[in-house]
Design a binder for this molecule. Structure first.
Ligand code: AMP
Ligand code: MG
Length: 354
């Protein structure tokens, strides 16, 4: 015999809510790390839905692998095939997904006064930074560098008409190394959103974009110490922001006591050094990661004489520059947000933009 039990309506609602709460997983961090773009890629998603997060991670991993292949600057790829056509003075076919990357690169190269110049692939190659194993161990011959600089390939040499590209300079050779990671991160974040993920970080070797929050607190992002282990400083991300760093520690060799790294000054053909001080890293915060990536490279090349000028032209407000002695130069906007983690804190100069 069953006895009907009368539950008051308000209680019933409460009971259902309580049962639902038991069935839902608490939000947690879902992470995956893998090697791509010559660096460690880290995907972090904050979500209560494990299945959704894991599906999103699988999809963007596949997307990133595809981009890595399409834009590869020295393996057999759509980009190397395009470069071969340009070197032969012929039009090259640009695969449709590469068109916006190319257009963005042309615009950002222009905005940076050519200091971000993805047409200097030949120079990057001659320094040994287009190879899977360690770079060269000695600088290339000075005459060879001089010859490549004199050829002056620029993004303005290129003309894009639909999916066909021509170059009036056969020495232009595309290398998207200074923007591809940022652009890939932008596309991956866009994809995450379409998959219903709104709290995440995608980090490609210190080049990252963060959206949403980590539960009830903002994402806190570390900036690597360019001359030692650990974190130099940290910054809280505000909603949707990208933070990218160009560093002389990523790919380099030392010869006769001097460091030769992978950020090349297109004006000299040599690794960018700075003047009064030697630049070790440049960190930039900007809404989209592709712009921040191109800008961090351009500001590194610009160095002390010109970085404020180029920042203004590229509309970058948040900048931190670390020299090889560990001294920090920041814009006032950046200084407001940085928390130093390194003890003792470094010497800091705050320099306003013009
Ligand atoms: P990043 O770490 O973003 O500064 O990019 C460095 C990579 O960009 C190098 O490994 C090269 O492939 C490429 N690169 C080096 N110098 C330049 C430059 N001045 N403009 C554009 N790309 C560059
Ligand atoms: Mg860059």
């Amino acid at each position: 015999m069953t006895v009907p039990v009368k539950i008051p309506r308000a209680w019933a609602v409460l009971l259902i809510l309580a049962l639902n709460a038991c069935g839902t997983q608490p939000a947690q961090l879902h992470q995956r790390q893998f090697l791509l773009f010559g660096t460690l890629v880290d995907i972090s998603i904050w979500s209560a839905d494990k299945k959704k997060a894991e599906n999103a991670i699988a999809q963007i991993t596949a997307d990133l692998e595809k981009m890595h292949h399409e834009w590869h600057a020295w393996h057999d790829s759509p980009l190397t095939r395009l470069n071969k056509a340009l070197a032969a003075g012929q039009p090259g076919t640009v695969p449709p997904p590469m068109i916006p990357l190319l257009q963005k690169s042309i615009a950002l190269s222009d905005a940076s006064d050519g200091l971000f110049n993805p047409a200097i692939g030949k120079l990057i190659n001659v320094w040994g930074f287009q190879q899977d194993d360690a770079p060269n161990s000695t600088p290339p011959d000075a005459a060879r560098i001089h010859a490549l600089v004199t050829q002056q390939p620029t993004m303005q040499d290129l003309t894009l008409a639909q999916d066909q590209i021509t170059s009036r300079n056969p020495h232009a050779q595309l290398d998207f190394g200074a923007i591809a990671k940022g652009y890939a991160v932008d596309l991956a974040i866009e994809k995450l959103r379409t998959l219903g993920i709104h709290n995440a970080i995608i980090n490609a070797g210190g080049n990252l974009r963060a959206i949403g929050t980590h539960g009830d607190r903002p994402w806190r992002i570390g900036i690597r110490n360019p001359r030692g282990p650990g974190v130099l400083a940290s910054i809280e991300a505000r909603g949707d922001e990208s933070m990218l760093t160009s560093g002389d520690y990523e790919r380099f060799f030392e010869y006769q006591g001097k460091r030769y790294h992978h950020i090349i000054d297109p004006r000299t053909g040599y690794p960018a050094r700075g003047l009064a001080s030697v630049t070790a890293s440049v960190t930039v915060i900007y809404p989209d990661a592709a712009t921040a990536d191109a800008a961090s490279t351009a500001l590194f090349v610009a160095g002390p004489p010109r970085w404020r000028d180029i920042a203004k032209k590229m509309d970058i407000q948040y900048i931190m520059i670390v020299d090889d002695k560990g001294n920090v130069t920041m814009t006032p906007a950046m200084a407001e947000r940085v928390r130093f983690e390194l003890k003792p804190a470094p010497t800091v100069s705050i320099v306003a933009l013009p």
